[in-house]
Design a protein around this ligand. Structure first.
Ligand SMILES: NC(=O)c1ccc[n+]([C@@H]2O[C@H](COP(=O)([O-])OP(=O)(O)OC[C@H]3O[C@@H](n4cnc5c(N)ncnc54)[C@H](OP(=O)(O)O)[C@@H]3O)[C@@H](O)[C@H]2O)c1
Length: 444
């Protein structure tokens, strides 16, 4: 029986991978988690109690778990360290442990590299991409040595993903307008938002694992759709019947709204404006040939039946520090309760392939007309601060603490200067916070 280790398996992406592995294979799955006793971890294990093993994560534990695994899927959490170098080290640590253990199939969940593609960094993308680049470098080294069966060449694949459609539901939830409709306020300007369904990321992951011989060390970059803000609103209106509109959020507002990482997120949306990933960096024809059920945004709306409600239960990983959970519109999403359900009687397909309806968006190949919106509008400030990197990460032992004090300036671990000279107020945060004057600590 195959044994799969899913790093990040309790998270949004990892959970979908675990569920698909359970549904389509007879593999047993091990999921490291800081909180095996948490409701979301327990719910995941309850899906298949005899096949899912939750293990409290820790540096030594992870080495052991890798040693027991035939296959590894690794989606590390950038926000666990809040450091590009920190996540890069995590990735290298996982890879070298897996190489030592002789793991048969290792899939690294990556993102595109803005700093390579455009010259402008997006730290939480570049860190994953740097690990992918390391994998490429190691393959190159193996080729130079004329190694046959090089581990990085034959046993590692890179799956480059994209933002999830689910972000629009769980993190960037639309707000009610005063006419019974909804407003998607997004930091897109006139750019396109490259998106993919979590179910489809899971599909491609399992496809890569199951077709290793034909894939070898070939990598895959996935996407499901790419929409402007106006197209998101139009598709939503068409599928749900609820009138909706797009309002651009200025990047400055995003920078100001998300402590520590607003500039990283703003850089990401600028990257989407600078680089059309869907048109330039994905082979949508190949992806659809491999996976005819690959969902567009419309398909995903049909598939999930989401009609604009904010999540009714907290995100399974609300305990983690991903600021993306806060830069959206959750604070006022509750205003939407009582809105009437979908009015056009759309239906879901049980087979997970999305809608039978004409696929307007799917037919759209090439570069659609841009909408020409300019960035205006307001936004909700972060409700509370929960500084990232305050906790030690247990993945690799990379230990990053949050604050350093240099003279009277307060810097984040990655050196960003907070505005103003005064240290930020200790946040209201569920997790313990370590504020460490007088110097930065970022040690292995
Ligand atoms: N949101 C998007 O659209 C998107 C798209 C592609 C890639 N990503 C990337 O995906 C990563 C986050 O994964 P996700 O979307 O699945 O988010 P998530 O739902 O927040 O899950 C985070 C996962 O990381 C684990 N984790 C968090 N902090 C940890 C720590 N200190 N030590 C060990 N494990 C820790 C969590 O495990 P426990 O809480 O159980 O310990 C959980 O499994 C980020 O790097 C993000 O950039 C996001």
């Amino acid at each position: 029986m195959t044994h799969v280790l899913v790093v990040g398996g309790t998270g949004a992406m990892g959970r979908h991978v675990v569920q698909r592995l359970l549904a389509t294979t007879d593999a047993t799955v091990t999921v490291p988690t800081r909180h095996p006793e948490s409701a979301h971890a327990a719910a995941l294990a309850a899906t298949a109690p005899d096949r899912v093993r939750l293990v409290r994560s820790g540096p030594a534990t992870l080495e052991t778990l890798i040693g027991q695994a035939d296959r590894v899927f690794a989606n590390t959490d950038f926000f666990a360290t809040g450091s590009a170098v920190g996540e890069y080290r995590q990735g290298l640590h996982l890879l070298s442990a897996a190489e030592r253990a002789g793991v048969e199939r290792f899939v690294w969940s990556s993102l595109d590299s803005p700093v390579s593609l455009t010259g402008r960094p997006v730290p939480h993308f570049d860190s994953k991409a740097a690990v992918a680049a390391h994998i490429g470098l190691m393959r190159s080294e193996e080729m130079l040595r004329e190694e046959t069966g090089g581990w990085y060449t034959d046993h590692v694949s890179v799956l480059t993903t994209a933002p999830y459609f689910e972000n629009l539901r769980d993190r960037l939830t639309p707000r009610p307008d005063d006419r019974g409709g909804l407003t998607f306020k997004l930091p897109l300007g006139s750019a396109r938002y490259p998106l993919v369904a979590l179910d489809d990321i899971a599909w491609f992951t399992c496809h890569m694992f199951d077709n290793w011989q034909s894939w070898g060390a070939r990598d895959l970059a996935v996407i499901g759709d790419s929409l402007t803000g106006n197209e998101i609103a139009a598709a939503f209106t068409e599928v749900t019947g609820t009138p909706s509109a797009y309002i651009p959020m200025p990047h400055d507002e995003l920078r100001a709204a998300v402590p520590d990482f607003g500039h990283d997120y703003a850089a990401m949306f600028q990257f989407f404006a600078d680089r059309d990933l869907y048109a330039r960096d994905r082979d949508i024809g190949l992806l659809r040939r491999l996976h005819p059920g690959l969902m567009t945004f419309e398909d995903w709306l049909h598939h999930t039946g989401w009609t604009g409600q904010p999540p009714t239960t907290p995100s399974p990983n609300a305990s983690t520090h991903d600021p993306a959970r806060r830069f959206g519109t959750r604070a006022d999403a509750g205003l939407r309760s009582g809105r009437p359900p979908s009015m056009n009687g759309h239906r879901d397909r049980a087979d997970g392939r999305g809608s039978d309806r004409p696929r307007r968006l799917r037919r759209r190949v090439g570069r659609p007309v841009r909408t020409g919106n300019s960035g205006v509008g307001g936004g909700s400030p972060a409700q509370r601060r929960c500084p990232l990197g305050a906790e030690e990460t247990h993945l690799t032992g990379v230990r990053v603490k949050w604050v350093k004090r240099v003279s009277d300036q307060v810097l984040s671990p990655h050196g960003r200067r907070f505005r103003g000279a005064a240290p930020p107020t200790p946040p209201a945060c569920a997790n313990p916070v370590v504020v460490v004057p007088p110097r930065v600590i970022c040690a292995r």
